[in-house]
Design a protein around this ligand. Structure first.
Ligand code: NAD
Ligand code: IPM
Ligand code: MN
Length: 355
């Protein structure tokens, strides 16, 4: 049996707490299959090395079969200049590894309908969607800076740029995913205002010609934000630009009960991807041992499936999470049933028992 190397970035805030939970689960479903290489990045790297991401950290990620990340960032580093902030580590890894496709599934666990903040009849219908977020373009990577105008007024700018190649490749990922699911793709943009969105829409429709079986629709992002709350069941796969996907996926996460439930996979055209929860370092609960570990645990399931075709192991993890929730165990963020909330470790213990 092959042995894989996994670069592990615990990160900041709740990062170490949730990553240790996920590793316990991984060791149980795939004992001895993974060698862990700890990587320091984000705030911790700033404290130790003075920069958020070192060449050595990048090299370790590149030389591994996959990367598992908790989260980076926190108030301690919030006043540093942009290029020295912890979040730059994340942007750097995404770019260096070519992780252009961010897959963010959002489904309502049937047993968590009571934790969904939507109208009861909307929650009752449930939903199961995947947001495909472009991850290495748009205003996250466009030209940015500050300058003074002739009157001495300070100007700050961040440029939203997309080229045809970037749009085509993310569109293909989304169409391929839709083909394996409900055969519906909604492309979300702001084509009524942004030129980059108009190119986005043109290219998505061009790529659509190769996928005649997929029902493609376009939606403006402001409407999409509203439709998610009105009727999330209408969505199967959604594809959108970097910043729109960031915002809409946090919105979708809360519809499932908590951001502490949503996993993600960041993929390139090679096997090595990065797997992480969509949430951040949650400084408000860091160190308290109460973070929900499920998002990170199911990110590991995504990794097993996407990177290593270990589908059976991935399913075991997902089923163990399902059963644990069905048995009524809850962390504080998804408390819908009046039980005493479990902490991170106790919840992980319950999931391990189901494996
Ligand atoms: P956040 O996602 O960290 O937290 C938002 C809210 O959700 C908080 O109330 C938090 O307690 C709660 N929450 C998040 N994860 C949870 C979990 N697993 N269980 C229970 N509750 C959870 O977003 P934020 O507060 O805007 O950002 C905090 C820091 O994290 C910032 O520095 C931000 O840049 C960074 N961040 C990092 C990543 C990443 O590394 N991938 C992602 C998002 C934000
Ligand atoms: C995410 C985060 C990051 C993003 C930040 C921390 C740079 O919010 O992964 O969703 O905006 O992509
Ligand atoms: Mn985000």
């Amino acid at each position: 049996m092959s042995n894989y190397t996994l670069a592990v970035i615990e990160g900041d805030g709740i990062g170490p707490e949730i990553v240790s939970s996920a590793i316990r689960i991984l060791d149980k479903v795939a004992p001895g299959r993974f060698t862990y290489k700890p990587v320091i990045a984000g705030g911790k790297s700033i404290d130790i090395h003075g920069v958020p991401l070192t060449d050595e950290a990048i090299a370790t990620c590149k030389n591994s079969d996959s990367v598992l990340l908790g989260a980076v960032g926190g108030p301690k580093w919030d006043t540093l200049p942009g290029h020295l902030r912890p979040e730059r580590a994340l942007l750097g890894i995404r770019k260096e590894l070519g992780l252009f496709a961010n897959i963010r599934p959002a489904r309502l666990y049937p047993v968590l309908k009571g934790a969904c903040p939507l109208r009861q009849e909307t929650a009752e219908k449930g939903f199961d969607m995947v947001i495909v977020r472009e991850l290495t373009g748009g205003c996250y990577y466009g030209e940015r800076g500050r300058k003074q105008d002739a009157d001495g007024n300070t100007i700050a700018f961040d440029t939203e740029t997309y080229n045809q190649t970037e749009i085509d490749r993310i569109a293909k990922v989304a169409f391929e995913l839709a083909a394996k699911r409900g055969k519906k793709l909604c492309s979300v943009d702001k084509a009524n205002v942004l030129e980059s969105s108009r190119l986005w829409r043109e290219r998505v429709h061009e790529i659509a010609k190769s996928y005649p079986d997929i029902a493609l629709s376009d939606m403006l992002v402001d409407n999409a934000a509203m439709q998610l709350v009105k009727n999330p069941a209408q969505f199967d796969v959604m594809v959108t630009a970097n910043m729109f996907g960031d915002i809409l996926s946090d919105e979708a996460s809360q519809l499932t009960g908590s951001i502490g439930l949503l996993p993600s996979a960041s993929l390139s055209n090679t096997r090595c991807g990065m797997y992480e929860p969509i949430h951040g370092s949650a400084p408000d609960i860091a160190g308290k041992g109460i973070a929900n570990p499920i998002a990170t645990i199911v990110s590991v399931a995504m990794m097993l499936r996407y990177a290593f075709t270990m589908d059976a192991e991935a399913e075991r993890i997902e089923q163990a999470v399902d059963k644990t929730l069905q048995a009524g165990f809850r962390t504080g963020d998804i408390l819908d049933n009046g039980t005493t909330p479990l902490g991170t470790k106790a919840m992980t213990d319950k999931i391990l028992e189901q494996l």
